[in-house]
Structure formats: structure tokens, C-alpha cells
Design a protein around this ligand. Structure first.
Ligand SMILES: [Fe+2]
Ligand SMILES: [Fe+2]
Length: 158
């Protein structure tokens, strides 16, 4: 799959997790659980983008790429702040909302401007290749997690 398609699919998954957060408002334990999933998905997405796309996008449009890095950093700061905030604290919801606004703005800029720019410059073939690299990374991660699950199951059984 083309790299942009993979990254856009991840964007939709992130939006869905934010919607799920909205759906469990007031249920502390669920909010915390879904937020953990969301934080992990955001961190992985940003890491993948930086490693496989921004690294090449930097040559295409340096300023836009640096802006992207800064926005990722802002979102990471929000994640750290939210992790330290109790779900029972009124500020928890406010922080999640601001994080969503920052991320939504970032996603729109990527999809409307940055991705098309990088794709036009690097070309279809290169985007397919980067897509394969992304898939390889995701597959390796999935295998690693599966292994960890097996180990923790064995630990439980012992
Ligand atoms: Fe991004
Ligand atoms: Fe993104």
C-alpha cells in the first residue's frame, strides 16, 4: 500500500479513538484505558512519519517538515501532561480536547498540503516503497507484541 494511504488510515484510527474517549466521558477507568491506547497509537504514528516520511520530506520542503516535527512535539507534551492528570480532574477533559484540536489541525495540514507535496515530488514508486517499509515496521511490531503476550501468558500460568 502507498505510504500516504497507510498514514491516512492511521489518522482515521486516531480520530476514532478520540470519539471513543468522548463516548466514555465520566467513566474514569474506561477513559484511562482508551487514553492509553490513544497515546500509544499517536506516539507510534508520529514515530513512523518522522522516520519514514519526514526524513525524505525534509528535502522537499524543509520549513513544512520542521513545522510538522514541532506539532508532533506539542502533541507529545500534551500526552505527558494528560498522563499526569487524574481523569476525575476537570482539567483532564480540557487537556484531551486541546490535544485533539492540535492533532486535528496537524492532520488536516498533512493531508491537504504536506502529503500531496511530498508525493508529487518523490513520485508514486517511492511512495509505494516507503509504504512497504512502513508495513514491514508494523509487522515486526505486531510480532514483537504477540511474543510478549505469549511470555506474559506463560508467566501467569506458572
Ligand atoms: Fe504528523
Ligand atoms: Fe500524521
Amino acid at each position: 500500500m502507498n505510504a500516504i494511504e497507510i498514514l491516512k488510515t492511521q489518522h482515521r484510527e486516531l480520530e476514532e479513538l478520540f470519539d471513543r474517549m468522548d463516548g466514555v466521558k465520566g467513566q474514569s477507568r474506561e477513559e484511562r484505558r482508551i487514553f492509553r491506547q490513544l497515546a500509544k497509537a499517536v506516539e507510534e504514528h508520529a514515530h513512523l512519519e518522522e522516520r519514514y516520511l519526514y526524513s525524505e520530506g525534509q528535502e522537499v520542503d524543509c520549513a513544512a517538515t520542521l513545522e510538522g516535527y514541532e506539532e508532533h512535539e506539542l502533541v507529545r507534551i500534551m500526552i505527558r501532561k494528560i498522563k499526569k492528570t487524574s481523569t476525575k480532574d476537570g482539567a483532564f477533559g480540557a487537556k484531551v480536547k486541546v490535544m485533539r484540536e492540535i492533532l486535528q489541525h496537524h492532520i488536516s495540514e498533512e493531508e491537504d498540503e504536506y502529503f500531496p507535496l511530498v508525493e508529487n515530488s518523490l513520485g508514486e514508486d517511492r511512495m509505494e516503497q516507503i509504504g512497504l517499509e512502513l508495513e514491514g515496521h508494523l509487522n515486526r511490531r505486531q510480532k514483537r507484541e504477540h511474543k510478549q503476550e505469549l511470555v506474559s501468558e506463560q508467566t501467569w500460568a506458572a
